[in-house]
Design a protein around this ligand. Structure first.
Ligand code: TYD
Length: 215
């Protein structure tokens, strides 16, 4: 099972991922978490270029580097774990590219971004995507001004476009679950656990039906 977390910078993704890790640990569930960009030696090097490089980066270069980091992570780590039936949690996945590079930067047309996303993801998709929706101004207040990385410095108009992009994506696919990120963290966590529980239950029922049919 593949779960992705999405949202603009400052939406509280890390807090929710940490709460979910604690929950899975308590239940004895085997899982792995990876952040994007990152998660492999090559992808972490690309991450440094993307986030800490101070020179101007061409938007297409940026798009291709995020995609390159993703391709390495998915082929080296994620697909082998999914084949072993592990739960994999991704702290961002290709929806970030659509929202940030597609809607935010306008690095390329959405059709090209979709094609590139499919390639870099080796055609896999999340089963569930949790989109932590927050007002961009509220999110900006959560990010301390001293420690901003290259993306976080992009400005309020950029984050408004990224946020609109996520809203559009969420309307298009049933794997998206939109969560009000301005609620208390525990309340958001409870919603996430309930959605995962429902998903696993319906998948089990699907599998049970299949076995029954095969018998
Ligand atoms: P990170 O410090 O991991 O931020 P966060 O905790 O908000 O995920 O930095 C990742 C940054 O890269 C973040 O600003 C979102 C951006 N990003 C893209 O622009 N495109 C992408 O495809 C991905 C994966 C991330």
């Amino acid at each position: 099972m593949l779960i992705s977390f999405e949202g603009i910078d400052g939406c509280g993704k890390s807090t929710q991922i940490n709460l979910l890790k604690l929950h899975f640990n308590e239940k004895g569930i085997v899982f792995s978490v990876f952040r994007e960009p990152g998660g492999t030696a090559i992808s972490e090097k690309i991450r440094s270029l993307l986030l800490h490089e101070t020179h101007d980066m061409d938007p297409v270069t940026e798009l291709l580097l995020f995609s390159a980091a993703r391709s390495q992570l998915i082929s080296e780590k994620v697909i082998p774990l999914l084949k072993k039936n592990h739960i994999v949690i991704l702290d961002r996945f290709f929806d970030s590219t659509t929202a940030y590079q597609g809607f935010g930067r306008g690095s390329a047309d959405l059709k090209s971004i979709h094609t590139l996303n499919r390639l870099a993801a080796h055609t896999i998709k999340p089963d569930l995507t949790f989109y932590l929706k927050i007002d961009p101004a509220a999110a900006a207040n959560r990010i301390s001004s001293g420690s901003k990385d290259r993306m976080e410095n992009a400005g309020s108009n950029f984050f408004k476009s990224v946020s609109d992009g996520y809203d559009q994506l969420a309307k298009g696919e049933s794997r998206f679950h939109v969560l009000d990120a301005e609620q208390k963290p525990e309340a958001i966590h409870d919603e996430i656990v309930a959605i995962i529980g429902d998903f696993l239950q319906s998948r089990e029922q699907g599998a049970a039906n299949k076995t029954w049919k095969e018998v």
